[in-house]
Design a protein around this ligand. Structure first.
Ligand code: SF4
Length: 192
């Protein structure tokens, strides 16, 4: 078979391999997928990565068994979702690897001034330090009136940059809290 880049994408890797081998692999792939999700619990959710907010179905194994930690085994696009109709971009399609990842951070870390490494700290200590430094910085850099004596009430000493895995709900709360402090330098991927 004469395979080009165009036919590869049009037919799909499965179709090309099937043609080369001389038999149809599609039923085997479909059955393997069915076996993988046959005993899972389906949870409908929203991809957290960007403001498109595609619908996803998360397949979890072990939800119904006693003394078993539920484990996400598959994530796919929700065919009934009006935004994406079952499709996902590569980031959304790799969500399972985001959930099951031994490099995922599960506790706060801090890199002190002048240090070249991150160290673990407790949640209580992180909250205490962040609160204290935010208060100190805001007190020191708050601008009530600009050079033309216009009332501006803004904090110029703090900036916030949100990551792509922050949910829209989290970003909503960030905007509310940062605006209440007078922070103007504010960016996140939800564009709220
Ligand atoms: S699947 Fe891709 S396009 Fe859809 S919300 Fe996630 S990151 Fe955005």
């Amino acid at each position: 078979m004469n395979s080009t880049r165009r036919t590869f994408f049009k037919t799909g890797a499965t179709g090309i391999i099937s043609s080369l081998l001389g038999f149809d692999l599609e039923p085997a792939y479909a059955q393997a997928k069915e076996l993988r999700i046959s005993r899972t619990t389906e949870t409908r959710s929203t991809c957290p990565y960007c403001s498109v907010s595609c619908g996803v179905i998360i397949h979890t194994l072990g939800d119904k068994a006693k003394n078993v930690t539920p484990h996400v085994v598959h994530v796919e696009g929700d065919p009934d979702h009006p935004i994406n109709r079952g499709t996902l971009c590569p980031k959304g399609a790799s969500l399972q690897q985001d959930i099951n990842n031994d490099r995922r951070l599960t506790k706060p870390q801090v890199r002190r001034s002048g240090s070249d490494h991150w160290e673990d700290i407790s949640w209580d200590r992180a909250i205490e330090e962040i609160s204290r430094l935010v208060k100190k910085t805001r007190d020191e850099t708050f601008v009530e009136r600009d050079a033309l004596d216009r009332l501006v009430n803004r904090c110029e000493g703090i900036a916030w940059n949100g990551g792509c895995t922050d949910t829209n709900e989290f970003n909503y709360l960030v905007v509310k809290s940062m605006r209440s402090l007078g922070v103007c330098y504010l960016e996140n991927q939800a564009r709220v």
